[in-house]
Design a binder for this molecule. Structure first.
Ligand SMILES: *[C@@H]1O[C@H](CO)[C@@H](O)[C@H](O)[C@H]1NC(C)=O
Ligand SMILES: *[C@@H]1O[C@H](CO)[C@@H](O)[C@H](O)[C@H]1NC(C)=O
Ligand SMILES: *[C@@H]1O[C@H](CO)[C@@H](O)[C@H](O)[C@H]1NC(C)=O
Length: 378
């Protein structure tokens, strides 16, 4: 009887010891993951507390090959860290194009309970009325343009247009007789005057009227060749601190692969893309005026600050560059895989989009289910 009690006590003690060890061990395992989660949460909370007057709605028309992936990544980070609502396609990264954007392109699973959204940052073709109708009130309309000659060279190589038209860029420069062959759109959407195409230009439209319309509808047209200054104007428009617009260069070809155009080649490519050239010239001048208005001293001070922030981000996050990105574009080996900003500023468009999309599907599903419950009660 006594022996039996001792044995039972002994077994109980052993059991308790084993149990606490297991708990301790699993706690330890959790704590390995915990810092990343709690830090990222605290970063989100901190963002929200930092700036209550920040604008949160932005429609970014992502024109092809205009360094727009950098801007898109900034907007995705901004929106995702705050749980904002994105306009997204069911798969991939296009919602429209070749067709113009239309609200009916938003799939049911990704339709927000309010049917209005905070962030539009994916490829589409512009239609102001349609976009305005899905974005929340006072949404800022923003886009980015680039020198049409270097854009076309980049587009031509990136999409291998050579294979579509059976001409090299060199042939094209040699004689205008080849030019009519370029009036086709790769994948029905990639071709000459790409920026105007993405901005919804239709061929019968008067160019000046088209430009005036874009000017009236957009709050900011950034210029890709002046990325830092562009992002400073974006931060200014959105009332964001510069920390929100830090970036690493995503989706850019390795330097050695970027072709330097001669002046003659440049002129010819401009001549091929005359609509874009007019668009670009107009908004480059407008951009210059905006910068002057912003203030020279303040501008240079903030460009310096942003360059420093980007450099800090690079040294904090990036171990080394590789070119495992889409179509051999630059991507990164991470040094610091616990920092939220590091993780998401190096995430490329498709996986980042997938993550936001999955998160948003779950979120909308939960909210809609709750809405149904409350309707039933009434
Ligand atoms: C990540 O690094 C940035 C840049 O140094 C820093 O500002 C931020 O607080 C870090 N975030 C977290 C969650 O540690
Ligand atoms: C743009 O969108 C509006 C609203 O959805 C639609 O009525 C209009 O027809 C569209 N414009 C074009 C050119 O498709
Ligand atoms: C492509 O170009 C080559 C050389 O100019 C020519 O021999 C060939 O027939 C062309 N192919 C097509 C499909 O046009």
């Amino acid at each position: 009887m006594r022996n039996g009690t001792v044995i039972i006590c002994f077994i109980t003690v052993c059991f308790i010891l084993l149990w606490t060890t297991i708990i301790q061990f699993s706690n330890q395992r959790d704590s390995l993951k915990l810092p990343a989660i709690s830090k990222s949460l605290s970063a989100i909370v901190r963002y929200n507390e930092l700036n209550k007057n920040e604008e949160t709605c932005v429609m970014f028309l992502k024109a092809h090959k205009c360094a727009s992936t950098t801007v898109q990544n900034i907007l995705m980070r901004f929106g995702y860290s705050r749980g904002l609502d994105f306009v997204l396609p069911l798969t991939g990264n296009y919602i429209g194009n070749p067709e113009l954007f239309d609200p009916s392109l938003i799939p049911a699973e990704l339709t927000s309970p309010s049917r209005r959204y905070d962030i539009f940052a994916h490829h589409t073709r512009y239609n102001y009325t349609a976009m305005k109708s899905v974005m929340k009130d006072n949404c800022k309309f923003v886009t980015i343009l680039r020198d049409p000659a270097t854009l076309y060279e980049s587009l031509f190589n990136f999409y291998h247009i050579e294979n579509l038209v059976n001409l090299t860029l060199k042939d094209i420069m040699k004689s205008q007789k080849y030019w009519p062959k370029l009036n086709v759109r790769m994948l029905k959407r990639i071709g000459l005057n790409q920026m105007s195409w993405d901005l919804g230009y239709n061929n019968n439209e008067n160019i000046d009227k088209f430009i005036a319309k874009i000017d009236k509808q957009f709050h900011l047209v950034m210029i890709s060749e002046y990325m830092e200054a562009s992002l400073i104007l974006l931060a200014d428009l959105m009332n964001w601190p510069l920390e929100y617009v830090v970036s690493l260069k995503l989706n850019s070809r390795q330097m050695d692969k970027t072709k330097q155009l001669t002046e003659d080649e440049h002129d010819k490519l401009i001549e091929l893309n005359l609509i874009d050239a007019e668009l670009y010239d107009y908004f480059l001048e407008k951009f210059r005026q905006k910068l002057i208005k912003y203030g020279r001293k303040r501008l240079f001070k903030n460009v310096n600050k942003l360059l420093k922030l980007n450099k800090d981000l690079q040294s904090l996050c990036v171990d080394k560059l590789n070119n495992k990105g889409y179509a051999k574009t630059t991507s990164f080996d991470l040094r610091n895989s616990l920092n939220w900003t590091c993780i998401y500023s190096t995430k490329s468009e498709l996986p980042f989009t997938d993550e936001i999309r999955n998160d948003q599907k779950e979120r909308f599903k939960t909210m809609k289910k709750l809405e149904m419950l409350l309707i039933d009660i009434e």
